[in-house]
Design a binder for this molecule. Sequence first.
Ligand code: ADP
Ligand code: MG
Length: 946
Amino acid sequence: MPKVVASPASIDAAKAAFEEIEGEFPSKRDLYLKQILPEAYAVVKNAARRMCGRSIPLGGSEIKWNMVHFDVQLVGGIALHNGMIAEMQTGEGKTLVGTLPVFLNALTGLGVHVVTVNDYLAQRDSEWMGALYSYLGLSVGCIQNQQPPQLRAAQYQCDITYGTNSEFGFDYLRDNGMSSSKEEQVQNGHYFAIIDEVDSILIDEARTPLIISGPSTVSNTEQYGLYKGNIQSLVKQQNALCNELAEEVKKALAEGDEDAAGRALFKIKLGQPRSKQLARYMQDPDARRLIEKTELAMYQDAQKKDLYAVKEELYYTIDEKGHDADLMDKGRSFLDPNDSDSFVLPDLAEAYADIDANSELSVEQKAEEKEALQTRLDSQGQKMHSISQLLKAYCIYEKDVEYVIEENKVCIVDEQTGRKMAGRRWSDGLHQAIEAKEGVTVERETQTYATITIQNYFRLYEKLAGMTGTAETEAAEFHDIYRLDVLPIPTNRPNTRIDDNDQVFKTRREKYNAVVKRIAEAQERGQPVLVGTASVDASETLSRLLQRAKIQHKVLNAKFHEQEADIIANAGQKGAVTVSTNMAGRGTDIKLADGVEELGGLFVIGCERYPSRRVDRQLRGRCARQGDSGLSQFYISFEDDLMRNFAAADRMTTMMERFGMEEGEALEHKWLNRSIETAQKRVEQRDYQWRKRVLDFDDVMNMQREVVYGYRNEVLSSEDPRELLNEVIEDMVPATVHEYMDQRDAGAPDYAELLGWINTTFPLALSMEESGIQDRSADDNAAWLIDEIKKAYELRVTDQPAEYLDHLERQIILTAIDRLWQEHLYNMDALREGVHLRAQGQKDPLVEYKNEAYALFETLMDSIKGDALSNLFRSTTSLDQFEQLLQSMPQDLDGPEQAQVSNANMAQVITSQDVALKPVKSSKPVKIEFPKRKPIQIKSTKKSTK
Ligand code: ADP
Ligand code: MG
């Protein structure tokens, strides 16, 4: 094998060598790559050195190239080539690190994908690093949102392609799930993906699957409007109840009846966790202790009788952490005083058995009864579902926290990043429920055309690697899900950042006041401050306070990546104050202005600990890059969500009690930091379980998707689609013939029905005598029929324009696959919902889901072939012929249901190309039980406040 040196001829020779051994990929390839890695990396570094001082275009202006790889960057590059996550701090130059493995692996000609968190960074990096790649003779492409297909395909043809995870994912879905010819497919395989800010993509983004959807054919949006009023009164009722309970608490406390007070408080916590009264009591250590005591007693009791009893006194209970609300009996009777049973789904299997056991019913009557039962259950299930979603919408999802209203639409706000996620919708009707609650237009439910999780998309790659400043805390997940190991790489220069202890306040108000004061002091000195907030809402609150204090500042909330990159780049100027949600400006470097170093560098203030340590580390990492000085500190309060829901409540109570905090006073101790981190770990674990659960469910789909997409691609790429049609015929005809002849009711062949099927499916128009089916065995009949069908088909296609024939034949199968697959996705959605509704019955929903999904899938594969078979003689190539065909169709096809299906089928033939398909990302809240929290143990320490 040739060596690689820094000359165009040598690089060309290496590329040629890979072409030669292509037959022996991947084993020889990997060996060769390993062998040339040192030289190849040297080539890249050498090229970088030679480029120094050159002007290169970047974002419309010119910059001078000034980077030569540091040694630690080479180490990072080696980790990436070996399929690891290189953990390198912010400002260590990860963009440049990527060039090493990208160059090496691009030599194979298999295409390397570099994945970024947003379009702006894809564009920036492809241009910036592109200068180096073109110097080395490699081509670079960049995928952007809204790029037309031809342009996209050209980007994928390049040696290296930059783009965001969702663009890559959606391209995959369009290629495999929707394209109607091979030429429409744009991607070039999945060899190697290097993911920048890998935690953001593989962990944060992984919570929401990619979904391409269109308007649904079935819709029950009116349900939400219908039940909205009921839910409003229900909520009012519960609030009144909680007010009464608050009175009870007051009275019981006055009488010294602690048990009664604790019980009432606990009830409020279950029924109205965000109530103001409760918040007030939570500030009082005695009251806190009472609730904790009651709670502990209730949960410790193995039978939980007491707990259930307490719950039953409420209309519904709320699980704030789990984002769930449960309707109680009392609530059910309130909603439907005459029939609270209409909220309980009976066991279908049992009900069926009852019908079967009824000897007074004929076979037909039994079937009718079952169908009627099924219909009733469906509508009942839908009603229950709408109501439970409405309840969540009213009790858990708060305006300006979980979502905002913009232009009369409900727009989701990402809880981790505070970003508004335009275009994303909550699924399962939750979004519609919130729309109904807010009185904006309730949009039609959508139907899924294609879907994949981020996890399963990136598992498609033969090789995967990533880089970020913060991966270590999630190392287990990276390993379990993606087989990615984390390698922390030392910094190029020693890190001199100082992380001060957290400041803990009693209330949010006191916290913000302290933050504002601290910012004012820093600005006075001229030290730049970067303030991180957990949500858009919080950043706006802080901004108002700063305005009031006449402190000049800029606010970013990760909406306008490009402008924000600009602002954040200037966050290191003297006296600059920048308020930002955590995603804002990720990937942009903050350089210190002259004289700032002497003032202590950039000061990072966190206004709240995020639910995960990783995000905190990310924020701290914004300062003290490349050996600069820098300081970071977090300000928190007992009212923060994290503290309310996850912190060791008993421990906090003790502290508040012992230190008797005064107004405006803060607690500060390294033990406190530790216990907050424990709370964060708990959230991290919960979130991991959650993502794992989503993935467990998607894995079932993933196998099915692989089979269906595999078949679909075979249809698209087959040289001879007729051959595939023949397979369908040879597969389906014997099976169907046997079905009619072998095991009909009395064990006798049902010739009339067989003939009926033959005549409606194929244009043979035979009489019983002509067919002769009564004189043949099943196998002979099948052989005879296959022959007839093929003959009839030959005849029929002779008058089809030859140039369309291939296309037509592909289309016959594709239409069947697409229609039924979409229907299948819909059924799978319903199934997933269904198994969770059933979750009460001690059964593991995942197991149920797997079993039933398997059965559904078997049916699907048969139906696809059956559908293709009946499409054989119904498809046409031109619109004219199509319309003629429609008119000649028998008007009553087996009742209304059948007709509807056939119409949809027909519509697909013409509309599949021009339906506007808008990719939508939606988060799918999956209902899960989390392991109960364990109390944390911290040794008590001495007070240290200021
Ligand atoms: P990261 O992604 O790790 O946060 P970036 O790739 O954005 O870091 O780079 C941070 C800054 O460091 C950029 O301004 C870049 O020009 C500079 N840089 C990176 N590597 C080098 C190098 N080897 N020599 C000089 N400057 C470098
Ligand atoms: Mg970066």
